[in-house]
Structures are given as C-alpha cells and as structure tokens.
Design a protein around this ligand. Structure first.
Ligand code: ZN
Ligand code: ZN
Length: 242
C-alpha cells in the first residue's frame, strides 16, 4: 500500500489545491491513501474523508512550524492551541505534550532541509522521520540518506511524502506499508508503529516548486508564466523565484 503522507491543500497559506483535486489525483496515481498536512491548519480532513471512496485511507494531519523545524502531527483529532514565539513558531516541547495527550504521532518533516544538522534533541521528540520528501530531494538528494541513518539509529519509523503544493507533485514520494495492512487509518498507524513502513519515490522537479509559487502569488498571470516556463532551465528558475 502506498500513501502520500505530506500534501498541502488550499488551506495552507502557500497552497492552491482543492481537496477534491487532491483525492482525484491520488486515485489516478494509484495511491491507497493520503494525509493532508496543512501549515498550522486543520481544515481539509472532513472534506477529504467524505470524498474518499471505500478503502482509500485518509489520515488526519497538520504540519507545525516549530522552534526546531517542521513537524508532521499525524492521527490528530484537531488543531492544538499552542503559543507562538516572536517568529510565529510553536515550541516543539509543547507540541509533543499536546500530541501525546491527543494520541497523535510526530514525524520530523524534511529534517535536513536547508541545514547540515538538526538541533540537539530534535529527534528525541519524534516517533517517525520523513526520509523521502520530494521537494527537499529535488534540491538536496543527499538528505535522504542522512534522514534514513537517523531513523535507523533511533528506531524511528520512516515515512515518505511529496510535500505537494500543486497536483503534479502528488505521490512523487510516498510511504509504503505491507499490502496486507488493514485499509484504515488505524491499520496504517499499526504498521507505522510496528516499524513496517518504508519510504519510496524520487525528488520532484524544481520547476514544479516554482510553478506552485507563481500560481499562488500571481494567479492571473499564471498561464502566461507557465507557458514561458517551458523555455526556462531549473537554474534560471531558482534564481528568478528564490
Ligand atoms: Zn515543511
Ligand atoms: Zn510541507
């Protein structure tokens, strides 16, 4: 079974994807489930669940921006009311407490994105580590091996997710659990906790990250830009849209 455990919908401040589009695209790509983990928002879950056909797993999740990095909270029952610091970040220690009380699992999202190492103690708060994130792998393919070593050392379960902000990214990386896993959120959770998961997939195209950004910031000129993009190289785009 293949599940993309890291997708952003239009409810993320930097997202554009409707929930229906996410479910339809995931089904088209042959995925067995999704977790929509919007940035500090929990709004897509009920809609996703109502749209999902029988046997398609929808896992409730949120991606929190914390003082030690981005963290996916999976199997949540709602958004936690956590204090923000001056930078708008939540304290990871507080997120851990809230997640434990709620029965949710925490996963370190793209732990090495834009940094050589993680803050001391970061992984100690985690149940799992996202070892494959297609957006991060597009920029820094080496981060996958580092994250995998960290998961192995700590006995954390491994996940994969696309971090999709546009439809073309959905499923680029995903979490794989054994085929016999019960096709429910509880079934997937049991497989993760039994350390039966693996991460699968490839780095996405940098072009898609730029497209996502353009679509969000300048929707009216999106089509024109998209057409022009064909002549751009990835390097041009990074320079232009960074
Ligand atoms: Zn993130
Ligand atoms: Zn994300």
């Amino acid at each position: 079974m293949r599940i993309d455990l890291h997708i952003h919908s239009k409810y993320s401040s930097d997202g554009v994807l409707g929930v229906r589009k996410i479910i339809e695209t995931a089904l088209k790509r042959g995925l067995d489930g999704v977790a929509i983990c919007d940035h500090n928002v929990f709004k897509a879950y009920e809609e996703a669940r109502s749209l999902a056909p029988p046997g398609f797993v929808v896992i409730p999740g949120v991606e929190y921006g914390t003082d030690m990095g981005h963290v996916l909270a999976l199997f949540v029952t709602g958004l936690y009311d956590l204090k923000k610091d001056a930078r708008g970040l939540r304290r990871l220690a507080e997120l851990r407490e809230a997640a434990t009380e709620d029965g949710a699992l925490l996963v370190a999202a793209h732990p090495y994105r834009k940094r050589e190492s993680v803050p001391d103690g970061f992984f100690e708060y985690m149940d799992g580590i996202e070892t494959r994130n297609s957006r991060d792998m597009a920029r820094a393919p080496g981060n996958e091996g580092k994250a995998r070593s960290a998961a192995g050392e700590r006995g954390a379960f491994m996940t994969g997710g696309s971090d999709a902000h546009i439809a073309r990214e959905i499923g680029a990386c995903r979490t794989v659990v054994p085929d016999g896993t019960e096709r429910t959120a509880e079934g997937v959770r049991a497989a993760l906790e039994a350390r039966l998961s693996a991460a699968d997939g490839e780095g996405g195209k940098l072009r898609y990250q730029a497209l996502g950004k353009m679509r969000r910031t300048r929707p009216k000129t999106f089509l024109k830009d998209a057409a022009r993009l064909i002549d751009f190289t990835a390097e041009d785009l990074i320079k232009k849209w960074r």
